[in-house]
Design a protein around this ligand. Structure first.
Ligand SMILES: C[S@@+](CC[C@H](N)C(=O)[O-])C[C@H]1O[C@@H](n2cnc3c(N)ncnc32)[C@H](O)[C@@H]1O
Length: 307
């Protein structure tokens, strides 16, 4: 059954049975020290407006609403590892015997997290450091621009784990003429460096949720590291990218996030898969939908911009 849970994840994880998830992907707050915000520009049509639009129309930018200004989540921790550790201990308990954890982080904390995860899973269960490389946004002039995230892959068992390499998407050869037409048409398997664009600020995939990760990256993980019908868990779920990949590929998802905004975004994004949406913060509420239907809005257009 597909489920979205609105709640503090440690409490939810403690309630899950041992060995019940075949694949866990998490993308926790990175401890950047800043408030992650969804930047949403609201505009109205105005011939004298400050923005150009499709078909030569002009638009005027409106001041953000108080609700929009408050949206997002705080990304600063006094004891970051102390926050993560009990959740990752639970993740280890919840994984099946052949299951995998994918832990997504950036250059600031990855080394400390690697040492911590080695302690929880055992160094022999560390399989790969995957580098997700992209090229977007400002370029520092004082040091090399940081344009990658790191995804650490751990397995529950050091040797026995799901790894459907034949299911993996293929990538283009850098010099296709050197390998011949047949090989070039087939493409090659990726290495541990995954080049993939970020979610386009204007593309269809964009939900507007701060820090949304690309579906292509999640689809590769789900395809290779789980089987159809298996259970995929993400307990820092944000906009629900893991759920979108899992459902598209015929797996079941359980997504947890403490943010009402995240739950609203993923409920809408995944409505075609009819997830149960529950709110364990209020046990009296049972399986009530966490989201109320929004009241009809004034006629304004919205342009979502990645921060
Ligand atoms: C980096 S975002 C995840 C983005 C997601 N991968 C996506 O593609 O949209 C981290 C999420 O963790 C959530 N979060 C942080 N602490 C949490 C906690 N203790 N329990 C549940 N969710 C938490 C935040 O609300 C935020 O949505």
């Amino acid at each position: 059954m597909n489920r979205i849970v609105h709640g503090e994840n440690l409490e939810v994880l403690r309630g899950l049975p041992a060995e019940s998830a075949h694949l866990i992907y998490v993308d926790p707050p990175f401890n950047t020290g800043i408030q992650q915000k969804r930047r949403r520009i609201r505009v109205v049509q105005d011939a004298e407006g400050d923005r150009g639009g499709f078909g030569g129309k002009r638009y005027r930018t409106l001041a953000p609403t108080a609700q929009a200004a408050d949206a997002g989540y705080a990304d600063q921790f006094d004891d970051y590892l102390g926050f993560l550790k009990p959740r990752l201990v639970q993740a280890h308990r919840i994984l099946t015997a052949t299951g995998s954890l994918f832990f997504h982080i950036d250059y600031r904390e990855v080394h400390y997290c690697k040492v911590m995860l080695d302690g929880i899973f055992g160094r022999e269960c560390f399989q790969n450091e995957i580098i997700w490389a992209y090229d977007y946004g400002a370029r520092s002039r004082t040091r090399w621009p940081a344009k990658h995230d790191t995804i650490l892959w751990y397995t529950r068992h050091p040797k026995k784990y799901t790894f459907n390499l034949d299911e993996c998407d293929r990538i283009e050869y850098m010099a296709p003429r050197m390998v011949g037409a047949k090989k070039a048409a087939l493409g090659k398997l990726p290495t541990d460096v995954w080049w993939h664009t970020i979610v386009s600020p204007t593309g269809k995939e964009k939900t507007g949720y701060a820090t949304q990760k690309p579906l292509g990256v999640l689809e590769r993980i789900v395809r290779v590291h789980s089987n159809p019908g298996e259970h995929v868990l993400d307990f820092f779920a944000g906009s629900g990218t893991t759920g979108a990949a899992a459902a598209k590929l015929g797996r079941e998802f359980l997504l947890v996030d403490e943010s009402g905004e995240a739950v609203a975004v993923m409920t809408k994004r995944l409505e075609a898969y009819k997830p149960d949406v529950s709110d364990p913060i209020d046990p009296q509420a049972g399986m009530k939908p966490a989201i109320k239907k929004a009241a009809p809005k004034k006629r304004t257009s919205k342009v979502a911009v990645q921060t």
